[in-house]
Ligand binder design. Structure first.
Ligand code: FAD
Length: 419
């Protein structure tokens, strides 16, 4: 539908992920007239839960909530959503390291404990200050003289956290992430029944203000004009773009170069349900760190009841992104799981594949600021460009997490409400 006179509202929010929904809900609470435009036919964006027929769930995107992610936990509490309690640290007895086609319990690798302590100390020594702006995590690993198996485990840790290889992760960005970690609080919770209830709960407060299946085609920052894919034009005193940066660069031709160049992780996830938790027969917890491109496997149902169990593989970095895009990827993964836990193949049921790199509404997994990119992007992320404000996980110190998305949305809404 094409309109000659754009309809005018106080604020147009582009994207109904956690950042956009938080901003919209806060603005509505302050009395503003708001419209949320969402390209997909669902809310939540990179928070996307899947429900198996027996009621078990898996997360196609964001899965874990750290104990220090106070905004996520506060939202869950506000919406009356219980969260599970789990141990987030790797258990060296239950975890397998799969190298050269042989999966061996982590605790049997004598070099690992000392090498991992060295890696942890090197990370802890990073400071979120400008002197760490240059350089990547590869610079940090080199001097440690790690054994081959330790390089595998540290490399997996980095790829799982950032979805890119060590040389693509800026030291400064890693320091920012590290500075917000609280020991013992990592990956402590999931929302019982699916993380997507966080987004659904926020969207319920907005009702018909959220327009699904309404992709935005372009933004003019100075005039606050937003053009939809069908040609409709909306005008607003404030426009909030709460889309991933690779998407923003397509909608906003005048995007500053320092935003367009921010690195983004690549890859996706495959979850497979098994009729029985066969890894327990082998006295393992389902966690495997592999040198193969399917990467990092864990049990997603470790905090869920039922006989069945779901293993999730995080396919990270360039080789992981290539793997998840293959049509035969789920079968190959099940085959690999059967190599490690013989008998698994016969128990395999539904498989769920999510390729975030090739999804036009994401074009990647989450922001990963490369060497020299963090400081360069901060001003452009936090100022208003004409009438355009930026929100999203990339626009917060908790970048890459649901926490960052919520915080960025709340911050932008507060600035707009303050005039
Ligand atoms: C594989 C994976 C694992 C993750 N694991 C974790 C984890 O364990 N813990 C954690 O805290 N976080 C995790 N994250 C990160 C977390 O999902 C994100 O940080 C957070 O959900 C981002 O929210 P957002 O609102 O910034 O962006 P999004 O959720 O991406 O929301 C943006 C919205 O904009 C919409 N959109 C895109 N283009 C357009 C358009 N043209 N017009 C209109 N709308 C548009 C999208 O459809 C989407 O709904 C993970 C992410 C991935 C991909």
């Amino acid at each position: 539908m094409a309109t000659t006179h754009p309809s005018t509202v106080d604020a147009v929010v582009i994207g109904a992920g956690l950042a956009g929904l938080r901003a919209a809900a806060d603005l509505v609470a302050s009395g503003a007239q708001v419209v949320v435009l969402e390209a997909r036919d669902r809310v939540g964006g990179r928070v996307f839960s899947h429900r198996f027929t027996d009621g078990q769930t898996c997360e196609r995107g964001a899965e874990f909530i750290d104990g220090s992610h106070v905004e996520v936990l506060a939202l869950a509490a506000e919406l009356g959503l219980p969260v599970s309690e789990r141990g987030g640290d790797l258990d060296p007895h239950g975890t397998l390291v799969d190298a050269g086609g042989r999966a061996v319990p982590m605790q049997l690798h004598a070099s690992l404990a000392g090498d991992l302590a060295g890696w942890t100390a090197a990370l802890a020594a990073l400071m979120p200050t400008d002197e760490y702006e240059a350089g990547s995590l590869a610079d940090l690993i080199g001097p440690l003289g790690l054994s081959a198996v330790s390089r595998l485990v540290v490399g997996r840790d980095i790829r799982t956290e950032f979805m890119l290889p060590p040389e693509a992760v800026g030291r400064r960005f890693a320091a920012e992430v590290q500075s917000r970690r609280v020991a013992g609080e990592r990956e402590r919770h999931r929302v019982v029944g699916g993380n997507d209830q966080l987004a659904i709960g926020l969207a319920a407060r907005l009702g018909s203000r959220v327009r699904l299946s309404t992709p935005v085609r372009s933004i003019v920052a100075d005039s606050g004009l937003v053009t939809l894919a069908d040609g409709e034009v909306l005008a607003a005193a404030a426009v909030i773009a709460a889309v991933p940066l690779p998407v923003l660069t397509r909608l906003w031709p005048a995007v500053p170069g320092e935003l367009g160049s921010v690195g983004y992780g690549v890859g996706g996830k495959i979850s497979a349900q098994f009729g029985r938790r066969i890894w327990r027969d082998y006295s393992r917890n389902g966690t495997v760190l592999s040198d193969r491109s399917w990467g990092h496997l864990w049990e997603t149902t470790d905090d869920q009841p039922g006989d069945a169990g779901v293993l999730t593989s995080l396919l990270s970095s360039y080789d992981g992104a290539d793997f998840v895009a293959l049509p035969e990827a789920p079968d190959r993964l099940v085959h690999e799981i059967d190599r490690i836990f013989p008998g698994a193949k016969g128990l395999a049921g539904e498989r769920v594949v999510t390729d975030w790199t090739n999804d036009p509404c994401s074009l990647g997994t989450y922001s990963c600021f490369g060497p020299g990119q963090w400081l360069a992007a901060q001003t452009a992320l936090h100022v208003v460009h004409g009438r355009l404000w930026l929100a999203g996980e990339h626009a917060d110190g908790f970048a890459g997490f649901m926490e960052g998305a919520l915080r960025s949305g709340a911050r932008v809404a507060a600035k707009i409400a303050a005039g």
